[in-house]
Design a protein around this ligand. Sequence first.
Ligand SMILES: *[C@@H]1O[C@H](CO)[C@@H](O)[C@H](O)[C@H]1NC(C)=O
Ligand SMILES: *[C@@H]1O[C@H](CO)[C@@H](O)[C@H](O)[C@H]1NC(C)=O
Ligand SMILES: *[C@@H]1O[C@H](CO)[C@@H](O)[C@H](O)[C@H]1NC(C)=O
Ligand SMILES: *[C@@H]1O[C@H](CO)[C@@H](O)[C@H](O)[C@H]1NC(C)=O
Ligand SMILES: *[C@@H]1O[C@H](CO)[C@@H](O)[C@H](O)[C@H]1NC(C)=O
Ligand SMILES: *[C@@H]1O[C@H](CO)[C@@H](O)[C@H](O)[C@H]1NC(C)=O
Ligand SMILES: *[C@@H]1O[C@H](CO)[C@@H](O)[C@H](O)[C@H]1NC(C)=O
Ligand SMILES: *[C@@H]1O[C@H](CO)[C@@H](O)[C@H](O)[C@H]1NC(C)=O
Ligand SMILES: *[C@@H]1O[C@H](CO)[C@@H](O)[C@H](O)[C@H]1NC(C)=O
Ligand SMILES: *[C@@H]1O[C@H](CO)[C@@H](O)[C@H](O)[C@H]1NC(C)=O
Ligand SMILES: *[C@@H]1O[C@H](CO)[C@@H](O)[C@H](O)[C@H]1NC(C)=O
Length: 493
Amino acid sequence: MVETVSSGRFQYQRPDFKRWVPAFLSSHKTFFTVLWIAAFASVFLWQRSSIGGGFALAFWRTSYRPVPRLRPVAFNLTDFGGVGDGVTVNTAAFERAVSAISKLGKRGGGQLNVPPGKWLTAPFNLTSHMTLFLAEDAVILGIENEKYWPLMPPLPSYGYGREHPGPRYGSLIHGQNLRDVVITGHNGTIDGQGQTWWKKYRQKLLNHTRGPLVQIMWSSDIVITNITLRDSPFWTLHPYDCKNVTIRNVTILAPIFEAPNTDGIDPDSCEDMVIEDCYISVGDDAIAIKSGWDQYGIAYGRPTKNILIRNLVVRSMVSAGVSIGSEMSGGVSNVTVENLLVWSSRRAVRIKTAPGRGGYVRNIVYRNLTFDNVRVGIVIKTDYNEHPDDGYDRTAFPILKDISFTGVYGQGVRVPVRIHGSEEIPIRNVTFRDMSVGLTYKKKHIFQCAFVEGRVIGTIFPAPCENLDRYDEQGRLIKHSVSQNLTDIDYDF
Ligand SMILES: *[C@@H]1O[C@H](CO)[C@@H](O)[C@H](O)[C@H]1NC(C)=O
Ligand SMILES: *[C@@H]1O[C@H](CO)[C@@H](O)[C@H](O)[C@H]1NC(C)=O
Ligand SMILES: *[C@@H]1O[C@H](CO)[C@@H](O)[C@H](O)[C@H]1NC(C)=O
Ligand SMILES: *[C@@H]1O[C@H](CO)[C@@H](O)[C@H](O)[C@H]1NC(C)=O
Ligand SMILES: *[C@@H]1O[C@H](CO)[C@@H](O)[C@H](O)[C@H]1NC(C)=O
Ligand SMILES: *[C@@H]1O[C@H](CO)[C@@H](O)[C@H](O)[C@H]1NC(C)=O
Ligand SMILES: *[C@@H]1O[C@H](CO)[C@@H](O)[C@H](O)[C@H]1NC(C)=O
Ligand SMILES: *[C@@H]1O[C@H](CO)[C@@H](O)[C@H](O)[C@H]1NC(C)=O
Ligand SMILES: *[C@@H]1O[C@H](CO)[C@@H](O)[C@H](O)[C@H]1NC(C)=O
Ligand SMILES: *[C@@H]1O[C@H](CO)[C@@H](O)[C@H](O)[C@H]1NC(C)=O
Ligand SMILES: *[C@@H]1O[C@H](CO)[C@@H](O)[C@H](O)[C@H]1NC(C)=O
């Protein structure tokens, strides 16, 4: 394969527009004259009609966004026979490109440019030291027929496919045991065409768990930026047992209803991860931090830790903006969520777990959260009873503690807080400071608590539950609560 791409192929990085120009325009003077006329004509058309305007703008955008070279060697998917017509299946082209790049590791790796077009493909694997660059208007389309989706063993920390026992479908874009992988672009799109999967799932026509859109496993030094991910069959972006992952400036979209389990990003048994500057609006949790499921997750024993999530705008009408759990059996610690806006959603932030999970959720910091028109703001739920099988240990109670909320704002919230601990899973050391949330209904019992111990520093609105100790702004104890186990939970509103 390397032969077909050697000899001057790497020089295609010069500005795109040159390639459009027929050979007879080789003189620079003629070329620029023609370009000038084209520009003039475009502006003229743009002023005359909106259709012409769209054309002119598209012309200018493509001509002025040359693809940067981010690796010593760069390929174009078309070099490997790719056809971006939305019909041709490009799996072999992607595989050949990845194979060529896999030989370049020692030389700094390779970049695969996906030009504008619709590039239909079955699932394929990435390789180390690879940059996948999606040009503006480049769309990688996941093939809809599940026969093209290979089956893979269940994740060890889940024991099962998440929806069916036994194997599961792999992801459209997959990677295992990799280092130094970048997926980026000029906001090109990876589109899973999930509609057919969601429909088959609802009609119970699938025998295996649906595949994620992008899944990177047992890997490190992963960067995913400046792209759009949409309509995943299942979870959208699933980093599994990875280290050093950065996700920045990514848009993740799926319908807010009837796109089951289309979580946005699921950091799972990962450490050292940053998710920032993203917009996520999907059919399940925008983010769900996980670490394995019941006895399988406990045995696998890989926690998620050191996660920073900031500057996000998220929406979830079915589940929550940012979740931890419900699969958290390997433990979750040191998570910071800051500068988060959750809009028109069912829940804003949620920690969910159940007896049988084991593990822990601790050292969790929420800072500067804004809830705009959400039904329930902050939720901690300890009876999320969804188990892989009957083999779970009913006495494996998770530990939930050291959770703080500083700066919680918003409007149009029905229940600002619902912390539902239990005798077996009490929630310890929760702190609230600086909270002022506009309510939908001015009712009592909207700050709902059960089996929670902790404190409120300063004055917050709405008034907190009796379970929490009160401190003044200077941190002096005003009132010690004697009713941590008081239960005031009302799911009816
Ligand atoms: C890739 O090749 C196609 C067809 O030759 C060309 O139109 C496109 O401009 C190339 N893309 C890049 C980024 O060079
Ligand atoms: C990707 O790699 C994994 C692990 O080596 C393998 O099991 C899977 O079949 C590969 N998938 C494809 C589509 O080649
Ligand atoms: C985000 O990505 C888009 C392209 O997808 C780019 O135009 C924009 O400048 C990026 N923003 C930041 C802050 O990196
Ligand atoms: C990227 O594309 C998505 C989907 O078309 C769009 O919603 C988003 O605003 C774009 N992002 C940037 C930074 O242009
Ligand atoms: C599921 O299994 C049934 C029975 O074995 C089979 O008829 C059907 O084709 C399978 N469906 C898929 C999507 O593999
Ligand atoms: C994390 O990954 C990035 C991107 O590959 C790399 O530049 C950085 O050195 C890595 N950090 C550590 C601590 O390995
Ligand atoms: C994302 O886009 C921004 C703005 O164009 C750019 O500064 C940044 O380098 C891009 N990120 C990557 C990894 O290319
Ligand atoms: C907690 O996570 C942050 C990243 O969000 C990291 O910088 C910090 O070192 C971690 N703290 C500990 C104690 O590991
Ligand atoms: C708080 O978050 C909002 C976005 O939700 C942001 O606009 C604002 O700048 C943040 N405030 C601080 C102090 O960082
Ligand atoms: C309670 O949690 C806070 C962080 O929210 C931490 O600083 C403090 O040490 C914890 N208190 C105890 C007694 O563990
Ligand atoms: C609350 O319940 C926990 C067990 O969940 C128990 O350890 C604690 O003593 C109880 N506290 C009060 C004040 O009754």
